[in-house]
Design a binder for this molecule. Sequence first.
Ligand code: KG4
Ligand code: ZN
Length: 374
Amino acid sequence: MKTNTQKPPIILAIDTSCDETSVAVTQGQKILSNIVASQIELHKQYGGVFPTVAKQAHKDNIEATITAAIKRSGITIKDIKAVAVTQGPGLAPALEIGIQKAIEIGKNWSIPVIPVNHIEGHILSVLAQPNPRKKIFKKINPQLPALAVVVSGGHTEFILIEKIGHYKKLGATLDDAAGECLDKVGRLLGLGYPAGPVVEHLAKKGNPKSFAFPLPMTANKTFDMSFSGLKTHSRKEISKLEEKKSLDAVTTANFCASLQFGVFRHIIYKLEKLLIDTPIKELWLGGGVAANQTLRTSLRKTTKKHNLIFRTPYSNKLCGDNAAMIGVVAGYKWQSKLNKTNSFDQSPQPKTPQRIDRKPHWNIDSASRLEAKQ
Ligand code: KG4
Ligand code: ZN
């Protein structure tokens, strides 16, 4: 009888949850290719993502992105054992294109379709590894429980990982996400879309103490967050500066540094409170804003203080939306099926669910409950 020491299956993964058409080829934690066809240029004119425009762009790009991902990976179609796809959360019209394509591929190539939660993708993105050319591949074996801090344009959440596939949301933003706040305030400052990376760039030249920002929700005992107050405060400050005609390059840089400081201070304040009574071994940072060096440095300090292992994706490409993280999740889902049968002989393949409906508001807590039921 064969045991599951075999190589993990090769998976084609698709993410069309928002404004990037992404397709990847993965094998367990290993990334063989990860193509991201960005729609940023298209959405710039609207100052944000326009769902029907995103849908059309996914439609136009998906076929070429799949071809490019397979070509870049160096494998052939017959090596692919499953197709993984983001089922949610995300923009419903955008999700639809990826799901339809995955179902079509599953039927045509006679392989299972594995639906994946996008937030679980951001969480497990920290475990993704590049494909070493000659060296032996080193798998990451995380110590659990761990806490994931997911900070993106749509989400800001603290998620406890009891074991991979079993998640508990301990806190989340009640309104805007941290990235959304940076984007919206950045837009008021005329920094374009998405403004997050520009805010980081300008903040490097600014003084974070120039403008005082409120620390939100200190009286609230939960680990939830709120960024809309920081946005409103920014709006008032910016209009005062505009009235005085003093929003020059130096003031803008100072404002960006102070805003960034205010946003990250809020996350770290709540995180510190959470860590008091939450025994974990590792802290994982994922999501688009995880590319920010100031946030990484602050969280690294926090983890050092609490004697925790800190993990964040090895490349910025894995912080923003990408399909490789979806493939990594699907690899674990496949593996967990193997662990249940503990043999490659007993139908190790996951089955394509009968229905794969879009789940634009799919909560990570229910993701783990659904997983347990399957
Ligand atoms: O994960 P992501 O690509 O999409 C969502 O799932 O939302 O995150 C995009 C967000 C945007 O708000 C963008 O401004 C922000 O991540 N972002 C950054 C940086 N790079 C991307 N924010 C701050 N600093 C950065 N370097
Ligand atoms: Zn995302």
